[in-house]
Design a protein around this ligand. Structure first.
Ligand SMILES: [Fe+2]
Length: 131
């Protein structure tokens, strides 16, 4: 069973566009949780795709903001996005082959853990530059 992520004040960076995107990520993730826990195969696939598509869109936006505003840790931040993306693509392959609830659960768990830690520990570092 996957657990939903509830939005908390601790996730707020203060950069409104980014906070809204993070909320949208949580919302798409929570839709995936419902589908996975219900064992809805078609919905699982749809929500995994929808979540991943939004994650990459969000990375592109965030990276552009960091570059445009001259954030000094831009490169290491982008590297974190890239490492995550590579690992996620590996999990996607397993899911594409198996298509099981267990594989979907692993993807969900991986995304939830990474996303919450990344927001709290890495995204927070750019707040002064991006505000
Ligand atoms: Fe980030």
């Amino acid at each position: 069973m996957l657990e939903k992520i509830e939005w908390e004040m601790a996730y707020t960076t203060g950069v409104i566009v980014i906070d809204n995107q993070h909320r949208e990520l949580f919302s798409r993730y929570n839709s995936l949780v419902d589908a996975v826990n219900a064992g809805e195969a078609v919905e699982m696939r749809t929500f995994i795709e929808s979540l991943e598509q939004y994650i990459f869109q969000h990375f592109t936006y965030e990276e552009r903001m960091m570059r445009t505003l001259g954030y000094d840790q831009h490169e290491s931040h982008v590297a974190e996005h890239q490492t995550f993306t590579e690992e996620l693509k590996q999990l996607d392959k397993v899911y594409a082959d198996a298509g099981t609830q267990t594989a979907a659960e692993k993807i969900g768990q991986f995304i939830a853990n990474w996303l919450t830690h990344h927001i709290l520990e890495v995204d927070m570092l750019y707040r002064d530059t991006l505000l």
